[in-house]
Structures are given as structure tokens and as C-alpha cells.
Design a protein around this ligand. Structure first.
Ligand code: SF4
Length: 321
């Protein structure tokens, strides 16, 4: 028997609006009877991919894998203009699930190119969003960690823009660094507000609990950043991909109240499952017995339904309406 008596879930968790829209579009297309593909996994989450697969949505890595006449859903990260042209040439119907925030970034880049700026893009090389953005500014210099920044040249007119999910502190530090690199520096803060709010809510939660579990893909930069922020707050934290990753009750030590938060591609169903798993694994006697009910209540108490976005049919949401 453990010591956990309560689990709290961060406000405004679940899919961000961009991911939710892309997943919904894939589902709607398949439900309408279209042979539907997503170009790349629409979200790196096994449960979501399995559900899409059950509805007939097949993920492909390259356009040539799609049969002529089938439908391809572009995920929230967006694609290059060349990919759009190639889809049209192959006779594929394209459903655009590019997040509206990313479309905004793409337009900003086009404007910077037209205005002749030397562009620095803060982002993870080969991340799909960055690959898509480079389609609009092929000469942009992509930098990530501070060790890259020496590659930034000194130019008269420079512009800085960022991949949507980069940490705000890194963007601000790079902006300060670039002040001395250019005579004119144009800064476009394209860090997604959803990412920022997610971080604020996670910090607030981390301050109020004894231990925190961060749920999301290991490769997800925004999930890793949430874990890092919990550590900065001083709250012990672990990062898991799913409830089944929690197997050792001893990690919770003597924690009485445990927090759960998740990245922008983590559905709320996973958060609820993790909450239940924590209580089953490390709860007090009473909490273990009531693990399911407490987990459902934790999700219900987390935020308004709009702040608990999901694409999946959810009895919790239905009950909350
Ligand atoms: S994190 Fe922001 S920019 Fe990225 S898909 Fe979600 S809403 Fe869009």
C-alpha cells in the first residue's frame, strides 16, 4: 500500500487545437468512406494511432505510398509547397490539417524572404514542422541549442523566427544573442500560446503537489520542457508515455498528492489512465479502491471542458456538458 491520497490533473491539458483538428479531419474523412491516409503519424501516440487505424486511417511516410484517388490528410505540422504540388500531381485529394498557427508562421516566413532578410529559424532540425517551414524559406539558417549559435553570421538585416513549440526562454536568449549580430533585427515571436499556457499550468500544478508525472512522447520537445520546468520548480518528476510505464510504486516515495500533466499531443484519456494507475499502484488503501472514480473526478476538476480538449469520444466530457 502506498501514500498517495489524491491526484490532480493540470488545467488545459489534452490535445492542443491544432492536433485535435488534424485528428478530427482524418476521422471525418474515413467516416465519410474515403480511403484516408495521414502523411506521417498525425500524432505520436499509440492509442490514437490504433483508434485511427480501426477507423481505416492508414499512416504513410511518403506520398507514393498513397493510391491514386485516395485522400491524404496533412497533419498539424504542415508541409512544404512541393509536397502539396506532388499530391495534386498524383491525383490525391488533400485535406489540410495544418494548424492555423503554423500557417501563420509559413506566411511570416514568405514575407521575410520577400523582404530580403537573412532568416534564423530556431527549431529542431528534421522536425516535420521545421522541414515544412523550410519549404517557404529554403535558405533559413536552422539553429537549436546554444552550441549551434556560432553558425549565425553577422548581417545587416536579419530576422529571427521559431518553431512553435520551442521553449520561450530559449527564444528570448537567442534573440538577445542576435542583437549583436545584425544592424537591423526583426524578431517574430512564433512560440505557440498553447505551449506557453501549458507550461504555466504545469508550473502552477508542480508548486501544489509532492510529485508530478508528465505524460507524452519521449521525442516530444514540449513534453520534455514540461518535465524540465517541474525540476526547476523543485518538484520531483518523471516522464512516461503511457499508464503502463508506471510499474514501480517506490518512485512516489512518501508523496501524498501527485500531479499529472501532458504535452500537446497527449489525449486526456491518457491523463485519466495515468491518474488511475498512480492511485492503483501507490495509493492509500481507500484511494486504491476508488482509483477509477478519483481519476475521473480529477479530470473533471482540472478545467472547463474547453480546456480539456480531446478528439476522442469521452464519457467524461459528455457528462461534463
Ligand atoms: S502546439 Fe500550437 S502550433 Fe503546434 S499544433 Fe498545437 S496549437 Fe498548433
Amino acid at each position: 500500500m502506498g501514500m498517495v491520497r489524491e491526484v490532480r490533473i493540470a488545467k488545459r491539458t489534452g490535445f492542443c487545437y491544432g492536433v485535435r483538428e488534424a485528428v478530427d479531419k482524418a476521422k471525418e474523412s474515413a467516416d465519410a468512406g474515403k480511403r484516408t491516409h495521414t502523411l506521417g503519424q498525425v500524432v505520436h501516440n499509440e492509442g490514437v494511432i490504433a483508434e485511427l487505424g480501426a477507423r481505416g486511417v492508414v499512416s504513410i511516410a511518403e506520398l507514393f505510398e498513397a493510391d491514386a484517388g485516395s485522400t491524404v490528410v496533412i497533419r498539424a505540422h504542415g508541409v512544404t509547397p512541393a509536397v502539396r504540388s506532388a499530391a495534386a500531381e498524383r491525383g490525391l485529394e488533400m485535406i489540410d490539417g495544418t494548424c492555423s498557427w503554423v500557417i501563420g508562421e509559413q506566411r511570416q516566413l514568405q514575407g521575410l524572404v520577400a523582404d530580403g532578410y537573412t532568416i534564423v529559424l530556431l527549431g529542431t532540425p528534421n522536425h516535420p514542422e521545421v522541414v515544412g517551414l523550410l519549404g517557404f524559406a529554403p535558405d533559413a539558417i536552422v539553429v537549436d541549442d546554444e552550441s549551434d549559435w556560432d553558425r549565425i553570421p553577422r548581417k545587416k538585416r536579419m530576422a529571427l523566427i521559431t518553431q512553435s513549440t520551442q521553449p520561450p526562454w530559449k527564444f528570448e536568449r537567442l534573440a538577445a544573442f542576435m542583437v549583436s549580430r545584425a544592424h537591423e533585427l526583426k524578431i517574430i515571436n512564433s512560440v505557440c500560446p498553447v505551449t506557453i499556457r501549458r507550461q504555466e499550468d504545469t508550473v502552477e500544478l508542480a508548486r501544489a503537489v509532492d510529485f508530478i508525472v508528465v505524460v507524452g512522447g519521449r521525442q516530444s520537445a514540449n513534453t520534455r520542457e514540461l518535465t524540465r520546468l517541474c525540476e526547476i520548480v523543485g518538484t520531483p518528476a518523471i516522464q512516461v508515455e503511457r499508464a503502463g510505464d508506471l510499474t514501480d510504486a517506490s518512485v512516489f516515495g512518501s508523496s501524498g498528492v501527485v500531479g499529472v500533466t501532458g504535452g500537446t499531443s497527449t489525449p486526456i484519456e491518457d491523463l485519466e489512465a495515468v491518474a488511475e494507475r498512480i492511485l492503483t499502484l501507490a495509493g492509500t488503501g481507500d484511494a486504491t479502491v476508488r482509483a477509477h472514480d478519483l481519476a475521473v473526478a480529477a479530470l473533471g476538476a482540472a478545467a472547463t471542458p474547453a480546456g480539456r480538449t480531446t478528439s476522442l469520444p469521452s464519457p467524461v466530457l459528455a457528462a461534463a456538458r
